[in-house]
Design a protein around this ligand. Structure first.
Ligand SMILES: [Zn+2]
Length: 346
C-alpha cells in the first residue's frame, strides 16, 4: 500500500509517499481502507517537526483520526463486518498492562496515541483492534466523521473537567480554531454562556455563527475589560485555553472568577507562560490539563449529535493524501478556517 512515511523529524518535506506492506488483521483486529484523516497543528505538525516531547519513534506514519471502510476482519471479530463505515478512537492498547492482557483494551492504563505513539492513518489502509473502530451514522461523510472524532470528544472531556454548569459564563480562547470551535458548540449544548475570543474580527464572527453569545477580538480589544463588563465584574467560571500564547495566557487567566478553572490542552502559541501564583491561591483558582478527559462514549455521543445536525462541522478542504506536504504548509500558515482533511483515494 501507499503511505506517507517520515524517516526523520523536520519540515513538511520529511514526509515521503512510499510503498509499505499492507497490514493483515490478526485475531480481534480490523483492517480499514482509509477515506479521511485530518491535519492538525498541535499534533501532526509538532510531531512531524519533532517538537512537544511526544515519544514518537521513527520511521513514523502520522494520522490521529482516520475514518474509512472495513475491508477485512480478523478471527473472533463479531461487532464489525466488511463494508461497514467506521472512524478510529485514538487511544491504542499498550498490549502489556493488566487490562490489555485481559483484552479489555479500552481500559488500558497506558494507551498510545494513534498517529503519535503508534502508526496512524496517513496510509491507504490501517489495522487496529476492533474496539478502536466506531460505526459512523449513515448521514455523516467520512471527512465529517474524522472531524467529529478529532475534536468533539475532547471538547466534551474538557467541559467535564472544567465542571461548568448551565447558565455560567465561560471564555473560549482561539474560539474559531479546530478545538475551540468545537468547545463553543459543546458548551452551548449545555446552555453555558460563552464568550468567544479570537485574534481577528473574521474569526470572532465565525465563533459567533457557531452560537457563542459574545465575541472579543483579543488583538484589538481589552480582553480582561470586556470579560469584566460582560460578567458584571465577576469574571468567568471557566476558561478554555488551548493556545498557550505567552502574551495572551495571563489575560485569560485574569478573566477567571473566584473559584474558577482554566482548562488547557494545547500550546501551539508557544506553551511557555507565566503563572500569577498569588492570584491562583488567593482566588482559589485551578489550572487543569484536559488530557485524559476523552472517552469512547463521548465519541459515540458526538457522532450521533453530528448526524442529527446539532453540530456544525467546519471543513476547509479535502486534499489527496499524497499532497500531505502541501497540506502541512497550508495548515502551518494558519489561514484555513476549519479542518484540512486528507483522502488517500483521491
Ligand atoms: Zn494496556
Amino acid at each position: 500500500m501507499k503511505a506517507i512515511v517520515m524517516k526523520r523529524f523536520g519540515g513538511p518535506e520529511v514526509m515521503g509517499w512510499e510503498d509499505i506492506p499492507t497490514p493483515t488483521p490478526g485475531p480481534g483486529e480490523v483492517l480499514v481502507k482509509v477515506r479521511a484523516v485530518s491535519v492538525n497543528r498541535t499534533l501532526d505538525l509538532d510531531v512531524r517537526a519533532g517538537l512537544g516531547n511526544y515519544g514518537t519513534t521513527l520511521p513514523h506514519i502520522l494520522g490521529v483520526d482516520p475514518s474509512g471502510e472495513v475491508i477485512e476482519v480478523g478471527s473472533g471479530v463479531a461487532r464489525l463486518r466488511v463494508g461497514q463505515r467506521v472512524v478510529a478512537y485514538g487511544g491504542v492498547r499498550c498490549g502489556g498492562c493488566e487490562q490489555c492482557l485481559r483484552h479489555d483494551y479500552l481500559q488500558c492504563v497506558q494507551p498510545r496515541m494513534l498517529g503519535v505513539q503508534s502508526w496512524g492513518g496517513y496510509a491507504e489502509y490501517l489495522c487496529l483492534p476492533s474496539c478502536n473502530w466506531v460505526s459512523i451514522p449513515d448521514t455523516l461523510l467520512f471527512p465529517e466523521a474524522t472531524l467529529v472524532a478529532r475534536h468533539f470528544p475532547l471538547a466534551f472531556g474538557e467541559a467535564r473537567l472544567a465542571g461548568i454548569k448551565e447558565g455560567e459564563w465561560a471564555l473560549v480562547m482561539g474560539a474559531a480554531g479546530g478545538l475551540g470551535s468545537c468547545i463553543v458548540q459543546v458548551l452551548k449544548t449545555m446552555q453555558v454562556q460563552v464568550i468567544a475570543a479570537a485574534g481577528s474580527d473574521d474569526r470572532v464572527e465565525t465563533a459567533l455563527s457557531l452560537g457563542a453569545d459574545r465575541g472579543v477580538n483579543y488583538r484589538r480589544q481589552d480582553l480582561e475589560g470586556e470579560v469584566a463588563g460582560l460578567t458584571e465584574g465577576s469574571g468567568v467560571a471557566a476558561v478554555f485555553e488551548n493556545v498557550g500564547d505567552p502574551t495572551m495566557w495571563g489575560t485569560a487567566f485574569k478573566s477567571l472568577a473566584r473559584g474558577g478553572r482554566l482548562v488547557t490542552v494545547g500550546s501551539h502559541g508557544g506553551g511557555m507562560v507565566t503563572l500569577d501564583l498569588r492570584r491562583l491561591y488567593q482566588n482559589r483558582l485551578q489550572v487543569i490539563s484536559g488530557l485524559g478527559g476523552e472517552r469512547m462514549e463521548d465519541l459515540e455521543r458526538s457522532l450521533q449529535m453530528a448526524a442529527q445536525g446539532e453540530l456544525r462541522l467546519l471543513i476547509d478542504r479535502v486534499m489527496p493524501l499524497r499532497e500531505a506536504e502541501e497540506a502541512h504548509r497550508l495548515v502551518e500558515k494558519n489561514e484555513s478556517v476549519g479542518k484540512v482533511v486528507l483522502d488517500p483515494t483521491l
